[in-house]
Design a binder for this molecule. Sequence first.
Ligand code: GLN
Length: 447
Amino acid sequence: QAYLDRIAALNPAINAFITVDPAKTLAEAAAADALIAARKNGPLTGVPIAHKDIFCTDGWLTTCGSKMLHNFVAPYDATVVARFKAAGMPSLGKTNMDEFAMGSSNETSHFGAVKNPWDTARVPGGSSGGAAACVAARMAPAATGTDTGGSIRQPAAFAGITGLKPTYGLVSRYGMIAFASSLDQAGPMAPSAEDCALLLNVMTGFDSKDSTSLERDKEDYARDLDQPLAGLRVGLPKEFFAEGLNSEVAAAVEAAVNELKELGATTVEISLANSKLAIPVYYVLAPAEASSNLSRFDGVRYGHRAPEYADLNDMYAKTRAQGFGAEVKRRILIGTYVLSHGYYDAYYLQAQKIRRLIAHDFAEAFKACDVILGPTAPGTAFKLGEKSDDPVEMYLNDLYTIPANLAGLPGMSLPCGFDSKGLPIGLQLVGDYFSEAKMLNVAHQYQ
Ligand code: GLN
């Protein structure tokens, strides 16, 4: 009830939630009380959580930030949502996001931009901007996010919270509306690394309903939080500290490196030479996959359908013209183009080859270090409208986050101070496959 009251008071100014339904939340809270009374509770039973509106939630509106799904009530729970429910965590509602998770500022949402709680003239980052803003404003103690090219880490950085994108395949994608399936991964967003560890314990695990879900033994991601950092080798990629990085962000990240050294870590310079190609590669592969995934929104099966049309083709065309916003249309056009006969070899195939080279750079780097450290984003939260007319400028914001998605590696962002405007700065850690517990250990010791 306390969180619902805070949402009622603050959400009109922040716009972090698309849907709240207090009666449903309180019914789930009562179910959590029953679990506790029956002594069937886990460590998080009764702690509420907000879900990004990309996750299907049984009986709740699930819009993915799009007019296309403005009236879609999901008939089942995504596996991630089902796991949090089974753990006794009541849902506080569905959080705002860029349309179909395409964006870095939350401005592409059909439901309006989210405002950054640190400065409401600024963006909260995206695409999980509602999730980041609701945690930062303490409208929720935790939230789910998804990260295809940085959508957990960059908004976490802009909002001064902690967010983690797990190794690809660790968290089920079942019931998570697909953007680019080979890159999409769900993860936790919360104030601290310790919170993220406990949330990750609930989220992970094999799911036969997701063909890319990995079969691995269950881990306790909180097990190493208190380990000392003596002997830790921190890799600093020279490409992540080069031109284009805001000097205040660079200074805050360097100060964090010094603090880790005081805690016993050593640093080593590494090179991720192909990471400069990450943005062009991503903007071939992600739109290619998106153009295929979004073909299901045809006006027949879910959501919006044009009210008037001449025949079936006209119905498809009008429905999609009305239902999708400009950024989604841009991605569908790019994706369709790079997959078309005659261009496939020149773009899609080339991009897949460079993707392999980017992953190889990381594999080499992890021979010399245990964790890679750098900035999460080149700057802090920018002003609403500042980049919305220039897609390429917007895309460049994901310069440091996209390489981990292309390689399938885990990455996280944690707060490391403020710039002179009082805006939070994010520090990024990228780990080797399945090294989440190690990354959380480093983050927790730093925090
Ligand atoms: N900002 C990137 C994009 O627009 C990444 C989004 C994401 O991770 N979902 O595609």
